[in-house]
Design a protein around this ligand. Structure first.
Ligand code: SAH
Length: 398
């Protein structure tokens, strides 16, 4: 039987993609860029049927008329009812976390493309949920209602907060919207991971509140930590608090005062004494290195330096400077935990940067572990953009 045409199959608008776009989809990717999509008059955020140039249906997608990513596939099949598909996908995302997440009541519940829900992020912090909408399609009112109703039915959270990224809304040409509670009234809670407690405020902090992608790396880093430790770019103390039980002294450094205030609350919550220093990490490491300070454990977890392919070289120079200084400050036998969350810096680039920093610092490194993001942030093998976090734990031999 010939394959049905998209229009007759689901009554959806059809978007034709170029041979390059079609090949991308056949290779298992889920995005098609605007340059590979034929001009059309599809409304923003529509559910569309995707076809190749000859009209063969390749699946169903969410359409954006402003993003460079025009097509985000949501299914390889015809989707008769978006609402039931969204509900099924949310249930599957919850079930996946039940299988792969341990020792925490805080984790990413829905990770966009990696949960076949492109443009939707949901994080759980104990009894609170934090939601981010990143595309026109996910912003549509009926879609929002379905998502919120399914999350409420399955998880009965005390509240759901929406965290708005104004830059994303601008790129997607969506009207401005403010962050706030979209269900319930509770906006703060305490969550725990690996036995460490954290204060959570749904309406403050960066991203959706905490860096959950580092959760498994915190536990790994703690295994090797000892002596005097320095957590650089400590934010609310994620690494520092995990290192504290193993170390004689821990210092955390960050440029954000609100982050450090939260870090101090977290330390108190866990009965730990940690020194927090507000400052620019580059300047501080330079001063410390010059004045001959020494540590046994150093963590480097900077923000993404490479925002695009274009500034990769500059980003790698930034990473190298930090790693070089940290390596010079480590005592023999010391441990460096070094991270990059820039997607554009590949693991190979990152390790090459570290090797070059080690050479310049005249240190010999042995790799203890090369790690990535926690398992609740799944990486789609055919969608490399879903993998971004790299963490190397190395021993400084001499
Ligand atoms: N390690 C943290 C996450 C770090 S995110 C965790 O596990 O939770 C990056 C942090 O770097 C942010 O807290 C940001 O405030 C801080 N930051 C950005 N630029 C900085 C700079 N130049 N010096 C010090 N901190 C900086």
């Amino acid at each position: 039987m010939p394959k049905q045409s998209a229009a007759s199959a689901a009554g959806l608008p059809v978007v034709k993609v170029s041979p390059r776009g079609a090949t991308r989809l056949k290779d298992g990717h889920v995005w098609v860029y605007r340059s590979d999509v034929a001009a059309n008059a599809v409304p923003p955020g529509a559910l569309v049927s995707v076809a190749d140039e000859r009209g063969k249906v390749l699946g169903t997608a969410l359409y954006s008329n402003s993003s460079q990513i025009a097509i985000r596939m949501i299914s390889r099949d015809v989707v008769p009812d978006l609402s039931s598909l969204l509900r099924e996908r949310i249930q599957a995302a919850i079930a996946y976390r039940e299988r792969v997440v341990r020792d925490t009541d805080a984790y990413r519940l829905v990770f966009s493309e990696a949960d076949f829900l492109p443009g939707l992020i949901v994080d759980r912090y104990n009894d609170l949920l934090s939601l981010q909408v990143l595309t026109q399609a996910m912003d549509a009112e009926p879609v929002r209602q379905t998502i919120v109703s399914e999350l409420n039915e399955r998880l009965q959270p005390a509240a759901i907060a929406e965290r708005v990224d104004p830059r994303v809304r601008e790129l997607e040409q969506l009207p401005p919207r403010s962050s706030g509670l979209i269900h319930g009234e509770k906006n703060s809670t305490v969550f725990s991971m690996n036995g460490v407690k954290f204060q959570y405020d749904a309406l403050q902090g960066q991203k959706t509140g905490a860096f959950l992608d580092q959760r498994e790396n915190y536990a790994a880093a703690a295994q090797y930590a000892r002596g005097e430790a320095l957590d650089v770019f400590c934010y609310q103390g994620g690494f520092a608090l995990h290192l504290a039980p193993r170390c004689s002294a821990v210092t955390g450094v960050d440029s954000s005062r609100p982050a450090l205030e939260m870090a101090e609350q977290n330390a108190a919550l866990n009965g730990r004494e940690i020194e927090w220093i507000e400052g620019n990490a580059f300047d501080l490491l330079k001063d410390y290195a010059t004045s001959g300070r020494q540590y046994d454990t150093i963590v480097l977890d900077p923000p993404a330096f490479a925002k695009g392919k274009r500034n990769l070289e500059t980003a790698l120079r930034g990473y190298k400077e930090l790693n070089l200084r940290a390596l010079k400050m480590l005592r023999p036998g010391g441990v460096l935990v070094t991270c990059s969350c820039s997607y554009h810096v590949s693991l190979a680039d990152f390790l090459a940067m570290l090797a070059s920093a080690a050479n310049d610092a005249h240190r010999t490194l042995r790799v203890l572990e090369v790690r990535g993001q926690a398992r609740d942030h799944p990486i789609m093998l055919n969608v490399p953009e879903t993998g971004y976090l790299k963490a190397a734990i190395v021993n400084v031999n001499n």
